[in-house]
Design a protein around this ligand. Structure first.
Ligand SMILES: [Zn+2]
Length: 173
């Protein structure tokens, strides 16, 4: 059964998994609501504790919650809205992989299997589409520039024609 706050959480996360970024559209169905701190470990139903998550991330995360020794070692899960992911993880545009920048980042990636092949393919496809969009914009700008040049040349040619015609008139006896 869907979580009572499902729609609200979905809206807050823009229909995207807070952990890996796939959307309802990408996976072909609505995602799930994850308790960041598991209910069994005292997690509540507050906005902060409810994360929109895809089935896989939810599965890999399971009931993880850091113990004190985990926390000492930086082995914690990054909260999608509270933590700054960019501090701990970098996206490699060429390989499509997430590269850890900190021990916490490494742990986060491993726990959620964020370099699973389907996710890498997904990121590379997004990147490719971004590049295509940028290239398209560039081509459109080039076309507009060429059209402006053609327009200027047409005006110049018609000006020349006009001069030639007038010149012809003068030569009439
Ligand atoms: Zn996910």
């Amino acid at each position: 059964m869907a979580h009572p706050k499902h729609d609200e959480v979905r809206q807050r996360y823009d229909a995207c998994c807070g952990y890996c970024g796939v959307s309802d559209e990408t996976v072909g169905g609505e995602l799930t609501v994850d308790h960041f701190v598991p209910v069994a470990l005292g997690g509540d139903e507050s906005d902060e504790n409810l994360v929109y998550a895809c089935f896989r991330c939810n599965l890999f995360k399971a009931d993880f919650h850091p113990t004190e020794s985990d926390q000492r070692n930086g082995h914690v899960l990054l909260h999608p809205r509270r933590d700054d992911l960019a501090v701990h993880v970098r996206f490699d545009m060429t390989s499509g992989e997430l590269i850890p920048l900190t021990e916490t980042g490494r742990f986060h990636i491993v726990l959620l299997h964020l370099n699973r092949p389907a996710l890498i393919a997904y990121r590379l496809r997004n990147r490719y589409q971004e590049l295509l969009r940028a290239r398209n914009e560039l081509l459109e700008a080039e076309i507009a520039e060429l059209q402006a040049i053609i327009g200027a040349q047409e005006r110049y040619i018609s000006h020349l024609k006009h001069l030639v015609d007038n010149d012809g008139d003068h030569n009439q006896p």
